[in-house]
Design a protein around this ligand. Structure first.
Ligand code: C2O
Ligand code: CU
Ligand code: CU
Length: 464
């Protein structure tokens, strides 16, 4: 063990001691189990709601013949994919069948604070509630997960996470692959640590600086492989880990095309051979398999060359229609936006249990910031290093999709020129964000290392 993804902690500034200690290496997938695709949640007929999402206990056979206690939505582990069409409004019944309080947070969806499912949205065991979700924003790959203060990390670790997709409204002309489960595949990357009985005993396994595992799971499965039948595949990638940063590459070094960030399509597609995502970030990529023969092997690997998802290429002979690409005729951040003054300052600091935002830990009864609905402000987020050098904090804001204006005064990389709800902030770095809240209410902003969030690296903003 003792490997280092190279992008965790010091962000390539030289390693050495850091909060999380050694980062355990993951093991390569042996490619034995066909990747399960989370089912699309079906619309209810003849009910007073359209969808039902229930948090419940279950058990999962990660290891042959051994049953591991897990949590899931409507099942044993993870959750079904909730698909909304752009502009659509649906009623969702959320039910808590766990023995402990939970919340249902729609990460990236711009909904009013009242139904955002942050720490104030607790649903007690046995209770349910019907809420209305509106997909009033661009098509995007979002997700949902619990957000109970103090137990978010444990509940996610045990399996509570699902994909939430906003589809382009029907009649849109995009020619991007969009056949779910065929050429449009969600990939939830997570790492897990199991105890000697192959259980996810969080209280024993947890690390206050972010729980890291040595076992890679994709869509909840160890040793996955994916059979690819279409020449051009769209992958919707979620870093659903509690803390681990991933840099994804292809095993043959080939490049691929990133088409979307957290909040929807990029200003322009980006050709790249590496994609780094911190916890909670998403990206959509296209991989072109059309020139591959059945004998060639290809996998999604991480920075250490560990095979996270091997592919079995078995093209069904469909012709490779080239996906329609686009260009931007204006800069993603306008000159006017770029020169707006900073009006909100955020300082991230600390490690382990001693994590703060602007010197404070979370207090559900304290409002830290206020911003007017629909009014754009510039937030400057600074990651204050400590004596150990500090670590990356993925900073997330509820209720908004923002733009990254700059990183240390420099224009962000092309693959960050798209809407975002989470942003990686390196130690010592200052990131400027252009933030607008379309809905009112109280929202949290926090570090998305889930243990940091539970330890209070979180504040509240009231949008009025
Ligand atoms: Cu992914 Cu506060 O959320
Ligand atoms: Cu969120
Ligand atoms: Cu953090």
């Amino acid at each position: 063990g003792g490997g280092n993804d190279g992008n965790q902690g010091m962000g390539g500034m030289g390693g050495g001691m850091m909060g999380q200690g050694n980062i355990p290496s993951l093991e390569s997938s042996e490619g034995v189990t066909e990747l399960p695709i989370p089912p699309v949640l079906e619309k209810q007929q003849g009910q007073e709601f359209d969808y039902e999402v229930t948090a419940q206990e279950g058990s999962t056979e990660f290891f042959e013949g051994i049953s591991t206690d897990t949590f899931g939505y409507n099942g044993d582990l993870l959750g079904p994919t909730l698909k909304l069409e752009q502009g659509e409004s649906v009623d969702v019944k959320i039910t808590n069948n766990l023995d402990e309080p939970t919340t249902f947070h729609w990460h990236g969806l711009e909904v009013p604070g009242e139904i955002d499912g942050g720490p104030h949205g607790e649903i007690q065991p046995g209770d349910s509630r019907i809420i209305t979700l509106e997909a009033d924003q661009p098509a995007a790959t979002l997700w949902y997960h619990p957000h109970v203060h103090g137990s978010t990390a444990e509940q996610v670790f045990k399996g509570l996470s699902g994909m939430l997709l906003i589809d382009e409204s029907s009649g849109s002309t995009s020619e991007l692959p969009n056949e779910y489960g065929v050429d449009d595949i969600p990939l939830i990357f997570q790492d897990r640590l199991f105890d000697e009985n192959k259980q996810l005993d969080y209280n024993r396994l947890m690390n206050p600086d972010g729980t890291l595992g040595d076992i890679s799971i994709v869509n909840g499965t160890i040793n996955p492989k994916l059979t690819v039948t279409q020449p051009v595949m769209r992958f919707r990638i979620l870093n659903g880990a509690n803390a681990r940063n991933y840099t994804f590459r292809l095993s043959n070094g080939a490049s691929f095309t990133q088409i979307a960030s957290d909040g929807g399509l990029l200003d322009e597609p980006v050709e790249t051979d590496a994609l780094t995502l911190a916890a909670s970030e998403r990206a959509e990529i296209l991989i072109d398999f059309s020139s591959m023969t059945d004998e060639e092997s290809l996998a999604i690997i991480n920075d250490e060359g560990v095979e996270l998802l091997p592919f079995d290429v078995a093209l069904d002979g469909a012709p490779a229609g080239s996906a329609q690409m686009w260009t931007a005729d204006e800069p993603f951040v306008s000159e006017e936006e770029r020169t707006m003054p900073v009006t909100k300052e955020i300082e991230l600091f600390g490690m382990m249990e001693m994590v703060t935002i602007n010197g404070k830990t979370f207090d559900p009864d304290r409002i830290d910031l206020r911003q007017q609905q629909g009014v754009t402000e510039v937030w400057e987020v600074y990651n204050e290093p400590d004596m150990m050098g500090g670590m990356i904090h993925p900073f997330h804001i509820h209720g908004t999709q923002f733009k990254i204006i700059s990183r240390d005064g420099k224009e962000p990389a092309p693959n960050e020129q798209g809407f975002k709800d989470s942003v990686r902030v390196e130690p010592g770095e200052r990131v400027k964000l252009l933030v607008t809240f379309p809905e009112k209410g109280v929202f949290v902003f926090h570090c998305h290392i889930l243990e940091h969030e539970d330890n209070g690296m979180m504040g509240q903003i009231e949008v009025y």
